[in-house]
Design a protein around this ligand. Structure first.
Ligand SMILES: [Zn+2]
Length: 345
């Protein structure tokens, strides 16, 4: 059950300030101390905006995942990290990101960097909100690696990545991380054509080190790179199999889908908490607090307050910061309106 009924939370990422995006193209000009300062400053800003919005749960905004060297693939050995984008021109979308070649055994002897991100968040965040860490699951991570003779298909690549993610989760738990999201949007994007039971098995083996030790959730959206979806936006193909995820909470993208299949949260709430994407990260219509409150009331027709939390549909990294800031503030205000109606404040 939710620690706070109708809790407000986020998916990991937050927009980069303009200067950080600029700096990410000039990282070779920064000294080690300059660079550490830059990461702290960017994270402080993401924390500031989330605290100001009044969220119950915050993240580091993934502000230090600047490029492939600093994101997960930069931490993984056995890769030739020179992805050639298959398409360079035209409208921005997923197919403009190349895939890395596997050239050896997949390993991460120095970890995947999430523990260091969490330590930074611990050091910089004020007391109060819960501090959450996010880590992509092996199935999602496998999508940008090309299979080879040693890892012949996506499942084999995911199996190769599983111990790396699992070990990072174990280290996060050890570091005192009380709340962890395993992001597996590729599972929701491809559930319509892949073996969902196999997905659940892969997920649960990844999550095992956190069972009963940290609050666990997963994020199941339909893709948001450059604010574009990649899967058919339906949850039906995932269930009932995904009810076997060994997590406390499932997060679903609802706002951009005009709350289609909202009734599925009733079934989920029988066994799990459910986090509903209540503001649309792809639209520049800024939901008002009243819009949010109305949506929360609709969710309450299907699931009890103790089971419900609310977040944006996805991470906010693909949304302009001014809009992200307003959406978060209105989301919290709207949820609080309903909390007040129910005498929960
Ligand atoms: Zn997402």
């Amino acid at each position: 059950m939710q620690p706070i009924p109708l809790r407000t939370t986020v998916i990991g990422s937050y927009p980069f300030p303009g200067w950080l995006e600029f700096a990410s193209g000039h990282l070779d000009q920064f000294g080690a101390d300059d660079f550490a300062e830059l990461q702290d400053d960017a994270t402080s800003i993401a924390i500031h905006d989330q605290i100001r919005a009044g969220l119950d749960v915050i993240t580091d905004g993934e502000q230090s995942r600047l490029d492939f060297n600093l994101s997960f693939y930069g931490h993984i050995d056995g890769l030739d990290r020179e992805p050639a984008p298959p398409r360079r021109f035209g409208p921005p979308a997923h197919d403009q990101r190349g895939k890395h070649t596997i050239v050896g055994e997949l390993s991460a002897p120095r970890g995947l960097g999430v523990v260091e991100e969490f330590a930074r968040l611990q050091r910089l965040a004020p007391a109060g909100p819960v501090r959450k860490a996010s880590i992509p699951g092996p199935y999602t991570l496998s999508g940008r690696l090309l299979p080879n003779s040693r890892y012949p298909d996506r499942w084999a690549v995911a199996e190769g990545l599983l111990p790396l993610v699992r070990e990072e989760i174990r280290r996060l738990v050890e570091a005192g991380c009380a709340e962890i999201t395993i992001d597996e949007p590729s599972m929701s994007c491809y559930a319509h054509k892949e073996d969902t039971s196999r997905m659940v098995d892969l997920f649960n083996r990844t999550a095992e080190p956190a069972w009963g030790r940290s609050r666990l959730s997963t994020h199941l959206c339909f893709g948001n790179y450059k604010a574009r979806a990649v899967g058919p936006r339906r949850y039906a193909p995932m269930f009932p199999d995904f009810l076997r995820f060994t997590v406390d909470e499932l997060h679903l993208e609802m706002a951009s889908r005009e709350f289609a299949e909202l009734e599925c949260i009733a079934e989920i709430a029988k066994s799990h908490d459910v986090s509903v994407g209540i503001v649309d990260v792809k639209s520049y219509y800024i939901e008002t607090p009243q819009d949010v409150a109305e949506r929360v009331r609709r969710c309450l027709e299907f699931a009890p307050a103790e089971r419900l939390s609310f977040a944006p549909d996805c991470g906010l990294s693909q949304t302009a910061r001014w809009a992200a800031r307003r959406k978060l503030a209105n989301m919290v205000e709207g949820v609080h309106l309903v909390r007040k109606e129910l005498g929960l404040s």
